[in-house]
Design a protein around this ligand. Structure first.
Ligand code: ADP
Length: 705
């Protein structure tokens, strides 16, 4: 309905406006016509007056009048009256006294002199058109034309012809004039001289002041006003320049607006009719739209609630509905695909969560458990149904609950996505037993609320195994320490006895026996070195000291000093290319590290004097890398890993002396300092042993201040 109104109303208003405009135009042209008509009538009145004036001027030249034969002139005048279509002719004497009047027989005594417009002729010697006056003889209203009679340059008489209003009315009664129009002649005083309607009643009556005023202002025009009867009219007028009289034509305003009213009525009726018809049409179309739309509601709802469109879509009654229907069908397809994918991914996720070895627990913002997987059931001893009605706090030992809740909320507030516990946490089993756990937490936001996911692992086993390992390590170290320490005493004795044997019985023994004694001594020496090395390896942890700031340049210098003898003997050159870093570490162990590497480089060389080059550089991970490169025999790449194991050697003692513990010590020292060690080498091409050491962390600003 609104649509229809929106379509029709502007058009109707437009047509109304056009009609009003047309009416205005018409009114203007009608007024122009009326003014023209008034002009024509004023002209006709002028013609009439001029004819009378001409007739009178001709009469003024009468010989009988010049000769003073007034009775003959009377006859002449009487004969002229009908020619001029006048009422009568009057002759006034120079004093203005009426001498003869064709209405009265010649010689009849006439009324006495009376000053009037007509007597002005005598004074001015010019023709006069007199306004409406009351004739003294006939006693009736009339207008008159007066001309002077000049004898010997003087005004001797004035001849006047009077015209009755009835005669002037005949000029106005034109068949051309529209019947309901009123035409009227007003004289210079504004009195009605003639009128097409109710002449008798209104002759001599003054016109309405509005009209009179306007008529005095301009010679021609139109205005709104009222008739003498009081009817509203448009008045068009034209004033004669000759007599100064004005012809007014009044057009009743009603008749003018009647056309407009009629048009407006037709327009209104037409609009209403069109409206009714269009509304009916719209209703019919609208019903189709409503029906189709309503039929689409059910499929749309089915789609929204996740049901697929089982029934075919309704037959649409318009194109857009068909498009909506198609879109719905398409959406159904997309939705079904998405639902299937969602179901599948949900099933997969559920399978992952359910088969996870770790407990997976999801809790909402209020710490209520909303997911509890099978591993969680086993770990905490609650069934899923039991767990889902409680809060996550019940899984935490009571003494830790408040702290736990506060920390969980803080994690939620600071918005971190993920966090893993750095300290040992404890879970609480349903049975009341506490156990150590490793936990990670993550969060996401669902419907504006935080959801937390916990992944929890029971680390009882791991902790136990670790404790066992530490214990067994300690035992082993203890054992190695005791063994190596205790072994050295009998070794010393054997060495002493062998020495005694050689000294006391040496001269009596043959070369073979002496060789055997030497071999036994060497074996004891090797065994002693081995136990010593083993001792130093075993006591690495036991003798560890707290880390201090250590300049590696000093360590190198100390090491070189310690090895001075070997270095000189082997003629080795040791070059440090650039300064070495300062790190946090254990001085003794770092000396041990450098000593082992340098002594290896000196030991494993072939003939030529060993050349050892020590370099360092800082890499991107804030780690120093220190490298010790030699020109020795090199190591095949397949041995690069195993040489760092205890007792792993690539040569026999007769080839190169050694126990196979040096690099194992190096690895442990570097490991204890937070670095790693490796070798780059190829057989016969020298070896480069490199190890990393962490840089000293920058002091934190807050701590520094
Ligand atoms: P040891 O030197 O007492 O035998 P290490 O643990 O120090 O024991 O070395 C293990 C093995 O690695 C050595 O036997 C040797 O074969 C090899 N090796 C170590 N350093 C070097 C080196 N600079 N050049 C060549 N081989 C080396």
């Amino acid at each position: 309905m609104v649509l229809v109104l929106a379509c029709i109303l502007p058009a109707a208003i437009m047509v109304g406006g056009l009609i009003a405009f047309q009416y205005q135009q018409e009114r203007e042209s009608l007024t122009d016509d009326a003014i023209g008509e008034a002009r024509t009538l004023a002209f006709a009145v002028d013609q009439r007056l001029l004819i009378v004036k001409a007739g009178l001027t001709a009469l003024a030249t009468s010989r009988s009048l010049r000769a003073g034969d007034l009775s003959s002139f009377y006859e002449e005048a009487k004969a002229t009256v009908p020619e001029l279509n006048a009422e009568n002719i009057v002759l006034l004497g120079p004093d203005g006294q009426m001498i003869l009047n064709t209405l009265k027989p010649f010689g009849t005594p006439l009324p006495a002199n009376k000053a009037s417009q007509l007597t002005q002729v005598l004074q001015s010697g010019k023709a006069v058109f007199a306004d409406l006056f009351m004739g003294s003889v006939a006693g009736k209203r009339r207008v008159a034309v007066g001309v002077p009679v000049i004898h010997d340059g003087k005004v001797a008489y004035s001849i006047n012809a009077s015209i009755t209003p009835e005669r002037l009315q005949t000029i106005l009664l034109q068949p051309r004039l529209t019947p309901d129009w009123i035409a009227a002649i007003y004289d210079n005083t504004g009195a009605v001289v003639a009128r097409t309607r109710d002449q008798q009643r209104f002759v001599g009556v003054k016109g309405t002041p509005v009209v009179a005023k306007r008529v005095n202002e301009v010679a021609e025009g139109a205005m709104q006003g009222t008739t003498l009867e009081g009817d509203p009219v448009i008045a068009a007028f034209s004033r004669s320049g000759l007599s100064g009289w004005t012809v007014v034509i009044a057009i009743p305003r009603d008749s003018l607006t009647a056309g407009l009213r009629r048009s407006m009525l037709w327009l209104g009726a037409g609009t209403l009719l069109l409206l009714a018809f269009t509304l009916a049409l719209a209703q019919a179309l609208g019903n189709g739209i409503v029906r189709t739309t309503q039929e689409l509601i059910a499929p749309a709802l089915a789609l929204g609630s996740g049901e697929l469109l089982s029934a075919p879509l309704p037959e649409p009654s318009f194109r857009e509905a068909a498009q909506v229907g198609q879109a719905l069908a398409q959406a159904a397809g997309i939705l079904s695909g998405a639902t299937r994918a969602l179901t599948q991914s949900e099933a997969r996720l559920r399978a992952i969560v359910e088969s996870a070895m770790d407990a997976v627990i999801i809790v909402d913002e209020d710490h209520r458990i909303i997911l509890f997987n099978a591993a969680a059931e086993t770990l905490f001893g609650y069934s899923r149904q039991e767990a889902l009605v409680g809060s996550v706090e019940r899984l935490v030992p009571e003494r830790r609950r408040d702290e736990f809740a506060a920390r969980l909320d803080a994690f939620g507030r600071n918005g971190n996505r993920y966090r893993r516990s750095t300290q040992v946490l404890f879970g609480l089993h349903r049975g009341g037993k506490e156990f150590p756990i490793d936990a990670a937490i993550s969060q996401f936001v669902e419907d504006g609320k935080r959801i937390y996911t916990f992944i929890i692992r029971d680390v009882s086993e791991r902790d136990r195994a670790h404790a066992d390992l530490v214990r067994s390590n300690l035992d082993l170290q203890q054992f190695a320490f005791v063994a190596s320490h205790d072994l050295r005493t009998p070794l010393r004795s054997i060495e002493g006895y062998l020495h005694l044997l050689e000294k006391r019985y040496g001269p009596g023994l043959d070369a073979k026996a002496l060789d055997l004694i030497h071999r036994a001594s060497n074996a004891v020496l090797t065994l002693d070195r081995l136990t010593e090395d083993l001792l130093s390896y075993a006591s690495l942890d036991a003798q560890a000291k707290p880390f201090t700031t250590i300049d590696c340049n000093e360590i190198l210098a100390d090491t070189v000093r310690l090895m001075e003898e070997v270095i000189t003997e082997s003629n080795a050159s040791i070059v440090s290319a650039g300064p070495l870093p300062t790190v946090l570490g254990d001085r003794t162990q770092l000396v041990q590290l450098f000593q082992n590497l340098l002594s290896n480089s000196i030991t494993y060389c072939e003939g030529q004097p060993p050349q050892i080059r020590i370099t360092s550089n800082l890499d991107s991970d804030a780690m120093w890398t220190v490298s010790v490169a030699d020109n020795g025999i090199g190591i095949e790449s397949r041995h690069h890993e195993r040489i760092f194991e205890v007792f792993k050697r690539l040569h026999t003692s007769s080839e190169y002396p050694g126990t196979g513990i040096g690099l194992a010590v190096c690895r442990r020292v570097v490991g204890r300092h937070g670095g790693r060690i490796w070798v780059d080498s190829a057989d016969g091409r020298g070896s480069t042993f490199s190890f990393t050491l962490p840089t000293i962390p920058e002091p934190r600003h807050d701590q520094a201040t």
